[in-house]
Design a protein around this ligand. Structure first.
Ligand code: FAQ
Length: 327
């Protein structure tokens, strides 16, 4: 993916053992790597892949919740939901900008998404049939996203790390508004409580899948941790999320849909039942209920907005030409 045409990528850096050792020494010394610094090709490609996937997830992630903006039950809920969905759009833009500093254009990244080559988070391929889904997404999906993203604030690549600081502040508000929706439903009528429990039943396992495959099957995990792009493994973050979320469910009187979930005194964390990795890979490979709808919606938005891109680019080009002429 993005194997060709990296604008500005220094493909001539000779990756001698001395160069690789010096680069790793900078990483080990917790120095931030900046866009114009020499870096191994693999480091650049890993970041473009991960940041690109992350950006696509934020943008595609606007769709399941956007579905409820016109049907939010009160004006206050509607205001909060609009703000949240707009925040996700903003996160996508920071992330595309961070990826662009590595020499890949937004157009390239979008083409890869629309052609199915670039991935986005599996979680956004599930439908949102009830209002409780909006609570569950905020509580669980944003909750999982924060658990994954707080360590990314310390990522070795400067622009990604800096973008994550603001993203995490906003995700924290998203998580709270989602949990508050669930709390209100859980303390409401029987029908409302059932709706909340049903949403938890449908979103729990896909939320655990957000962290990616088990460590033993994580293709990029070890190298990404050595480069301090990732600070924790997929399983370590998943475990932290489970341990933080189970008491929250108990507090509002909801039950986790996992009969094997049990506190393990010895390990000081929860044991959980098996994750359905067949479902995960089916969804990642395009076979989820909403994959086709999501990509169709993104393609339409991209096509409908083409005239805006063209006008903005033409304006920027004209200004640049005028500036050169004036100098
Ligand atoms: N879905 O070797 P690993 C959000 C792929 S943002 C789809 O372990 P890695 C905010 C992976 O790409 C949610 N694909 O990979 C929000 C790789 O395939 P590749 C997104 C997945 O990169 C909330 C292959 O499996 N967050 O929710 C998934 O070391 C509410 C092997 O996996 C981020 O992107 C998955 N769940 O670790 C918005 C955070 N998991 O690329 C709206 C940044 C794995 O070789 C509403 N990303 N794959 O073809 C990361 O931390 C990492 O990329 C991981 C995966 C942890 C996702």
């Amino acid at each position: 993916m993005y194997s060709q045409g990296l604008i500005g990528a220094d493909s001539h850096t000779e990756e001698t053992p001395e160069f690789l050792d010096a680069f790793q020494a900078r990483i080990d010394a917790e120095e931030k790597i900046e866009p114009n610094d020499p870096m191994p090709d693999g480091y650049r490609r890993t970041l473009v892949r991960q940041i690109g996937q992350h950006a696509h997830s934020e943008i595609v992630g606007m769709l399941p919740e956007g579905n409820w903006i016109t049907r939010a039950p009160t004006l206050k809920r509607k205001i909060a939901l609009i703000a949240k969905v707009q925040d996700e759009g903003g996160h996508g833009l920071y992330l595309y900008s961070a990826a662009e500093t590595l020499g890949v254009s937004r157009e390239q990244m979008t083409e890869e998404l629309l052609s199915g080559k670039a991935k986005y988070s599996s979680i956004f391929n599930y439908p949102t049939p009830t209002w409780a889904d909006i609570g569950a997404i905020g509580w669980l999906v944003d909750g999982a996203a924060i658990m994954n993203q707080i360590p990314l604030c310390r990522c070795s690549f400067g622009p990604y790390a800096r973008a994550m600081i603001r993203v995490c502040k906003e995700e924290s508000f998203h998580q709270r508004q989602g949990y508050e929706i669930m709390m209100q439903l859980a303390h409401g009528s029987k029908a409302q409580k059932d709706m909340a429990q049903d949403a938890l039943n449908r979103w729990w396992w896909p939320s655990l899948m957000m962290f990616g495959p088990h460590d033993a099957d994580s293709e990029h995990g070890d190298q990404s941790m050595a480069w301090k792009i990732k600070r924790f493994s997929n399983d370590a973050l998943r475990q932290k999320f489970i341990d933080a979320t189970v008491p929250q469910a108990e507090f509002i009187g909801l039950t986790m849909p996992d009969p094997d979930l049990k506190w393990n005194e010895e390990r000081s964390c929860y044991d959980h039942g098996p994750i359905d990795w067949d479902e995960f890979w089916r969804v990642v490979k395009g076979g989820g209920r909403m994959n086709r709808d999501r990509i169709t919606a993104r393609a339409k938005a991209w096509d409908d907005g083409a005239w805006v891109h063209e006008a903005a680019l033409a304006h920027a080009e004209k200004r640049a030409t005028r500036k050169v002429a004036a100098e």
